[in-house]
Design a protein around this ligand. Structure first.
Ligand code: SF4
Length: 286
């Protein structure tokens, strides 16, 4: 697996004495990954100081970029979802488009490790940013650490698809981008979960529920850092993401299964991941 932490993500600060320490984010948050016997007493004093500063919010962790996410496509599933016979001319055209897309695709993710400062009845403060959502507040009641993120299929694919003529071909290109985003997102989740030893995780996304409006995307982006500079994702005036084939949210470790779809009554949604539970709001969030 490619290392999660890049050298640029290292943090420097002065420790108790006049010594200057240099640690990676992983060292400050996952002590178990380093060889305990190798390190000096001063090193451990520095680690302690770093953790203390993180808890008090004096030290903020830098965002991390993954620029080598998987982008492969299961073409059988793609053709099935497009209702195309594998031997048809349309299928050949789609496979040609897949080839083009795969050559250009550079999906990326940007995320950071963040900590909950404060909670209220219907809000959560994460690294100084106040998010207003009762569902988010309840879902995060057992955790202290979260992972705000943006994953994108990338601008390269957006530019590629904007040059495609024909309504049908544009639709196929759109579905190809959707599949690439899905693969990249799953890869991001798998690598994040493995790197931080998270176990079962769930995600919440601003704009997917009335309880957490899309306008909160701005705060989410600010919390992560600068996704435009980092991975080329920006927000429109109405807080939609460009490129559109991007996913943003807050990921967290949890024992309780949660999907936004459980609270969403929209009928015939092609992306539904869990059945609507009309009693859940009353039972868990009221
Ligand atoms: S059912 Fe569809 S619209 Fe509703 S939260 Fe799930 S994916 Fe979003």
């Amino acid at each position: 697996m490619t290392p999660l932490i890049s050298p640029q993500a290292a943090i420097m600060f002065s420790g108790h004495n006049t010594n200057t320490f240099r640690f990676t984010e992983q060292e400050l948050t996952q002590v178990d990954i380093i060889d305990l016997k190798k390190e000096s007493c001063q090193y451990w004093q520095g680690i302690g100081e770093g953790k203390h500063r993180l808890r008090r919010g004096i030290l903020k962790l830098e965002p991390i970029i993954m620029s080598d996410l998987k982008s492969d496509i299961n073409t059988t599933s793609l053709l099935q979802s497009l209702r195309l016979d594998e031997s048809s001319d349309d299928a050949k055209t789609v496979l040609g488009l897949v080839e083009e897309a795969m050559e250009l695709a550079k999906p990326k993710a940007m995320f950071k490790e963040a900590f909950i400062d404060e909670t209220g009845n219907d809000y959560v403060v994460i690294d100084g940013f106040r998010f207003k959502s009762r569902v988010l507040r309840v879902n995060l009641s057992e955790v202290h650490r979260v992972f705000p993120y943006v994953v994108t299929a990338g601008r390269e694919l957006e530019e590629w698809s904007s040059g495609i003529d024909g309504m049908l071909e544009q639709y196929w290109a759109d579905q190809i981008k959707e599949f690439i985003l899905g693969t990249a997102y799953n890869d991001f989740i798998a690598r994040l979960t493995a790197a931080y030893g998270l176990g079962t995780t769930a995600s919440m996304n601003p704009g997917s529920l009335e309880d957490w409006p899309i306008s909160e995307q701005r705060k989410l982006f600010s919390l992560i850092g600068d996704p435009l500079q980092g991975i080329g994702v920006e927000l429109t005036d109405s807080c939609l993401m460009v490129p559109a084939k991007s996913i943003s949210g807050i990921r967290y470790a949890t024992e309780i299964t949660y999907e936004n779809c459980q609270l969403c009554s929209r009928e015939n949604c092609p992306n539904r991941r869990a059945p609507y539970d009309p009693l859940l709001w009353e039972q868990r969030y009221k």
